[in-house]
Write a protein that binds this ligand. Structure first.
Ligand code: HEC
Ligand code: HEC
Length: 329
């Protein structure tokens, strides 16, 4: 009799644990970057792309580079709701990070660009962003002798062209990967890498708070589009899928890597802190037919909120430095 009670107790303790805790192995990092097959990775090409990413001569007034809005010190974002571009006006949306974009299947908050190569032309030429003319920029690069000779070494048939310029930037972007964080060390087996509070937070994230339904896998995104109930006039994904009722006000699930540096949050930068983000999800936001079925109000205690935030913090590495390139004249 005693023995059978003990057995039941053990069994239920074990099954409770596996039901509550998310599976850490589902969050294991990949070891290789998926590079483009048309223009394969080379160190030379990525280095050239890095120079171009930081070169203000890619903008009409030669005063803005990609890092003006994707600043490495802020997790490749900028600490404003929506950035100000060449026309001195706020853009419609917040600048998303370019960390881990090598794994991103469609780009922009609404997913309208299929590849990094296709995406990069957008900000350079958009009047409200960098207001550059690609033909003019390519012509300018060709008279800078170092640029000219690097392009010719890497692309002997083409040299600097629109296409090779965009290939270089895209290749550099694919090398921008979030560094190993305490969470990764925990996934790799180091039980001391994160606090008990963070471990409880992970259980909430993958359990009661339901976050990992959309923030899945090592990069914490399903690469899909959801309306999380934020009040917004931006139609989001509906501009590409007008007949999908769930696409209205839906935006791409962002990665949660390095988020400590990446506030304010959401497509419109409307939530300033992680506390505000959690409060939004707890409330379930604005109800409506297009709100995701995975979003519904839930109750969290103060301790649970602290645990959830402690967990989210473990996704940011202690240090991630970046050496800025010297640009040729
Ligand atoms: C003036 C600010 C600004 C500049 C300059 C800028 N961007 Fe952006 N970038 C944005 C904004 C805002 C978005 C989101 C727009 C949207 O989703 O509609 C974005 C989106 C992106 C994305 C998509 C990321 C994702 O996860 O979907 C990439 C990649 C990107 N930019 C790369 C670049 C590159 C490369 C340059 C330089 C050639 C550049 N950006 C210059 C503001 C800027
Ligand atoms: C239905 C899918 C879904 C669920 C469930 C979900 N998220 Fe999100 N998350 C998203 C989408 C989509 C966005 C962007 C929404 C927007 O900008 O309108 C987002 C944005 C965020 C951001 C802002 C990131 C940034 O770079 O701006 C954080 C932080 C976040 N979610 C954390 C959480 C947490 C914590 C939970 C659980 C309490 C959660 N999410 C549940 C889909 C989801």
């Amino acid at each position: 009799m005693r023995r059978s009670v003990l057995c039941i107790a053990l069994f239920s303790a074990v099954s409770f644990q596996s039901a509550a805790a998310g599976n850490l192995a589902d969050f294991k990092r990949p070891l290789a970057i998926p590079f483009d097959k048309v223009t394969p990775y080379s160190l030379q090409l990525a280095t050239l792309g890095k120079m171009l990413f930081f070169d203000p001569r890619l903008s009409g007034a030669k005063n803005m580079n990609c890092a003006s809005c994707h600043n490495p010190s802020f997790g490749f974002e900028v600490p404003v709701k929506t950035p100000v571009g060449a026309a001195n006006t706020h853009l419609a949306r917040q600048a998303p990070t370019i960390l881990n974009v090598a794994w991103t299947t469609s780009l922009f908050w609404d997913g309208r660009a299929p590849t990094l190569e296709a995406q990069a032309a957008g900000p350079i030429t958009a009047a409200a962003e960098m207001n550059g003319k690609l033909d003019q920029i390519v012509a300018d690069l060709r008279v800078i002798s170092d640029y000219d000779s690097w392009f010719k070494q890497i692309f002997p048939d083409k040299g600097a062209t629109q296409e090779t310029l965009l290939a270089a930037i895209a290749t550099y972007e694919r090398t921008v990967v979030s560094a190993w964080s305490p969470f990764d060390r925990w996934v790799d087996g180091d039980q001391t890498a994160v606090s008990d509070s963070a471990k409880r937070g992970f259980e909430l994230f993958t359990g009661k708070a339901n976050c990992s339904v959309c923030h899945t896998g090592w990069n914490f995104t399903d690469h899909k589009f959801h309306n999380t109930g934020l009040p917004t006039n931006d139609i989001g994904r509906a501009s590409l899928e007008p007949n999908n009722p769930k696409a209205l006000h839906a935006f791409k699930t962002p990665s949660l890597r390095n988020t400590l540096y990446r506030g304010p949050y959401m497509h419109d930068g409307s939530l300033a802190t992680m506390e505000e983000v959690i409060a939004h999800y707890e409330s379930g936001g604005v109800e409506g037919p297009s709100r995701s079925d995975h979003i519904s109000p839930f109750f969290a205690t103060d301790h649970e909120r602290e645990d959830l935030i402690a967990f989210l913090k473990t996704l940011t590495p202690e240090q991630q430095d970046l050496l800025l390139p010297t640009l040729p004249n």
